[in-house]
Ligand binder design. Structure first.
Ligand code: MG
Length: 401
């Protein structure tokens, strides 16, 4: 078996640690070449390096670099803003498990180096869609999604050789912890309630995004970038009107593709992120290790219902930004990161997240996403506007209290 060298950006996060599980489970297939993270948890990174023995350890934050280098004399330690992106040329596959817009440099460096990108960092693809599409055309570059829904669609699309036979994509959503509740009822839910996801174990940012359905909205844009927009031979000609969201609380069907003959292919598995991670690492092969095999004798029922767009406004905001295109998805993403951080810090209510994003998008300047610098500038401008909107929300809440 050809050994696949893997670099792991964001190794200390939820995707990172589950990727290490997959790599360890198939040590004859995968070789961990490098790991990297922000460096804010040096002790975790040191422990990972001692256990999994990568040759290179990278940290974007330089403050802990000396401590890490002293603890790992056998490793090459790289530190600084470009350290994570520098891992791109050290492996056959780079897993981008960085959280948020900060993952953009890893996405672009990996594709520009003509390597396979196992993408869990959906924010970089959403914010910088047009720029990432150009980078995807680099010879050898390949983008395999780690997001469970997009991994599912990637599998379902293998059911046809004719791209024009794809009718629509159906993204499933668990509905999050607040499915079935009204907007008024949800106005003042606590951070702990929003973090209690019913089916998936994930990091805090994406778990809050799941509670607002912004995660699904970002995934609609992600699906459009991955499978819709023509990028060389990568596109299926799918527009936003052909990407639907279906709420499926059991999280067993991870997404579906409907073809022109009205046949629908679905991908089913237990809600375990190690499966889409393993799929992206081993593709076009499959890993041999089963993670959470379905027990059909106890599975029971699979339910489906439409999303409640009145309550979960963020899903509509994402469609709106996706259709607007250009830097609008970058604005959506930046405003969401600002609002979620404020919610997690206890500064705003759950219902304010959508308000901050909506008010920010209302001020979108319509700039195109012409290159990486334009996207970074759009991200900064949107954060500035979102911070102002946040202050207005906080001030209004204070006045009402
Ligand atoms: Mg997902």
């Amino acid at each position: 078996m050809t050994v696949i060298r893997v670099a792991l950006a964001g190794s200390t996060g939820s995707i990172g640690t589950q990727s290490l599980d997959v790599i360890s489970a198939e040590a004859d297939r995968f070789e961990l070449a490098a790991i990297g993270a922000t460096g804010r948890q040096p002790e975790v990174l040191i422990e990972q390096a001692r256990r999994h023995r990568p040759k290179i350890v990278a940290v974007s934050d330089t403050s802990a670099a000396a401590e890490i280098a002293a603890a790992l004399p056998e490793c090459e330690v790289r530190a600084g803003a470009d350290a994570l992106a520098s891992l791109a040329t050290e492996a056959d596959v780079v897993v981008n498990g960085v959280v948020g817009f900060a993952g953009l440099s890893v996405t672009l460096a990996t594709l520009d180096a003509g390597r396979r990108l196992a993408l869990a960092n959906k924010e970089s693809l959403i914010a910088a869609g047009p720029v990432v599409q150009l980078a995807r055309r680099t010879p050898g570059a390949e983008l395999v999604p780690v997001d469970s829904e997009h991994g599912a669609i990637h599998q379902c699309l293998r059911a046809t050789d004719n791209r024009s036979r794809v009718e629509r994509l159906l993204l499933t959503a668990s509905g999050g912890p607040f499915r079935g509740r009204s907007a008024a009822d949800l106005e003042s839910v606590t951070v702990a309630e929003a973090l209690a996801h019913p089916t998936w174990s994930m990091g805090p940012k994406i778990t809050i995004d799941s509670s607002t359905l912004m995660n699904k909205g970002l995934e609609v844009i992600e699906a459009h970038e991955l499978f819709g927009t023509p990028a060389g031979d990568a596109g299926y000609g799918i527009g936003f009107d052909e990407i639907d969201v279906v709420v499926h609380p059991q999280s067993i069907v991870h997404s579906m593709v409907e073809f022109t003959d009205a046949s629908t292919i679905a991908q089913l598995s237990s809600p375990d992120m190690r499966l889409p991670i393993g799929y992206a690492l081993a593709w076009p092969d499959r890993i041999a290790t089963p993670f959470g095999r379905i027990d059909w004798s106890t599975l029971g029922r699979l339910d489906f219902e439409p999303p409640d767009l009145e309550t979960f406004v963020c899903l509509s905001l994402a469609y709106q930004a996706g259709r607007a295109g250009g830097t609008a998805p970058a604005w959506l993403n930046a405003a969401n990161e600002v609002a979620v951080e404020a919610f997690l810090a206890g500064r705003i209510a759950w219902g304010d997240i959508a308000r901050v994003i909506s008010a920010t998008l209302d001020q979108h300047d319509g700039a195109p996403a012409s290159d990486a610098d334009a996207v970074v500038a759009a991200d900064l401008e949107a954060r500035r506007i979102a911070a102002l909107q946040l202050q207005l929300v906080v001030a209004a809440t204070g006045a009402n209290a």
